[in-house]
Design a protein around this ligand. Structure first.
Ligand code: NAP
Ligand code: ZN
Length: 351
């Protein structure tokens, strides 16, 4: 029997999100039915709701930082039991047999991973809808275990903001003494600071906002560089092995390249699109530097992150909102007025 579920949806790029009913499928053999308790608010939700990337299908229920409890199981779903605290991130399926899936890189599935929202279910062809909803039904292989003791609302943003910064930290082998920087102190940026610090790195924040220094230090930054101040930028020349750039909109990368060490990498996780101004290749060639990109993380890597956070007591700094406040939250996110992640208390859907 299909479930009729309360949610909040965008019906076009220019209309505010509003109450909406969606169907959730009857669980398939390997499915887990989850009652959603909290859902983080990612800048990608806003980009997609407003069709910034030109590929949104409406109506759209955003939300891919989902935490909840198992309330139902398909006939062959054995990995979880009723009542378990679980999470769902940006992925709900993939082909499961290509080279990338075989390596645990489901996010790069060569046959197109299925995203939690604005995707198409590979079995029934229906649009996928995200976590601004009462319930979700997901194959058990795409469900994560939330470690005991982690605050559930603070754990929700680990499912996207956390894994998106964890994956490059691991890929570029950050450890004790590594010199790492994040650009932008928002949802992703604050997780980058916490995680890099916990890995033992020397951590720097680049920000355009003068008021964020104290928070940045509390979150793990050893140093804060105002990116609009040329003297502060020059003071960190040649310093970083890895820079994680979380800025969501087009911006000039050229001033950051000189702050990389020889062999250093600036990895883009925020902005998608052509660079403007253009990137000067000369400083890359002359010092074997790289500009790279990275997309969320695979399932095993996400579980690794959650377990690491469980061991180290790491969660996101959250501001809990009611679903009725989501449109205001989007406006505040656009103004970087959030410390440092909005999380929706899904009980408010029933109000
Ligand atoms: P967020 O909370 O809004 O934070 C972005 C931060 O970037 C802001 O706090 C601000 O920091 C800085 N910033 C914002 N606008 C800027 C501008 N025009 N120029 C320079 N700096 C600016 O966003 P988020 O949720 O962390 O997401 C960041 C980006 O990552 C989004 O584009 C999102 O879609 C993307 N994302 C990518 C992946 C992936 O897999 N690659 C996953 C999740 C999200 P300061 O005030 O400190 O400068
Ligand atoms: Zn996200």
């Amino acid at each position: 029997m299909v479930m009729d579920v309360r949610s909040y949806a965008a019906s076009s790029a220019v209309t505010p999100l509003a109450p909406f009913r969606i169907d959730r499928r009857e669980p398939r053999a390997d499915d887990v039915v989850i009652e959603i308790l909290y859902c983080g608010v990612c800048h990608s939700d806003l980009h997609t709701a407003r069709n910034d990337w030109g590929n949104t299908t409406y109506p759209l229920v955003p939300g891919h930082e989902i935490v909840g409890r198992v309330i139902g199981l398909g006939a062959e779903a054995t990995r979880f039991k009723l009542g378990d605290a679980v999470g769902v991130g940006c992925l709900v399926d993939s082909c499961r047999h290509c080279d990338c899936c075989d390596k645990g890189l489901e996010q790069y599935c060569l046959n197109q991973a299925t995203y939690t929202y604005n995707g198409v279910d590979r079995h029934d062809g229906r649009p996928t809808q995200g976590g601004y909803a009462e319930k979700i039904v997901v194959s058990q292989d795409f469900v994560l275990r939330i470690p005991d003791g982690l605050d559930l609302k603070g754990a929700a943003p680990l499912l996207c903001a956390g894994i998106t910064t964890w994956s490059p930290l691991r890929r570029w082998k950050v450890g004790a003494g590594s010199r790492v920087a994040a650009i932008g102190l928002g949802g992703l940026g604050h997780m980058a600071l916490k995680l890099a610090k916990a890995l033992g790195a020397e951590v720097t924040l680049f920000t355009r906002s003068p008021g964020k220094e104290q928070d940045a230090r509390r979150l793990g930054a050893d140093r804060v560089v105002l990116s609009t101040d040329a003297a502060q930028m020059a003071a960190v020349a040649g310093r970083f092995a890895l820079i994680i750039d979380t800025v969501p909109y087009v911006h000039d990368l050229n001033p950051y390249v000189p702050t990389l060490a020889v062999d250093g990498t600036l990895v883009l996780v925020g902005y998608l699109g052509p660079l403007d101004p253009m990137l000067d290749s000369a400083p890359l060639v002359m010092e074997r530097k790289a500009v790279a990109g990275s997309l969320i993380g695979g399932l095993a890597e996400t579980q690794e992150l959650l377990d690491f956070c469980g061991q180290h007591g790491i969660t996101s700094d959250v501001e809990v909102i009611r679903i009725q406040e989501i449109n205001e939250a989007y406006e505040r996110m656009l103004e970087s007025d959030v410390k440092y992640r909005f999380v929706i208390d899904m009980a408010s859907l029933k109000a």
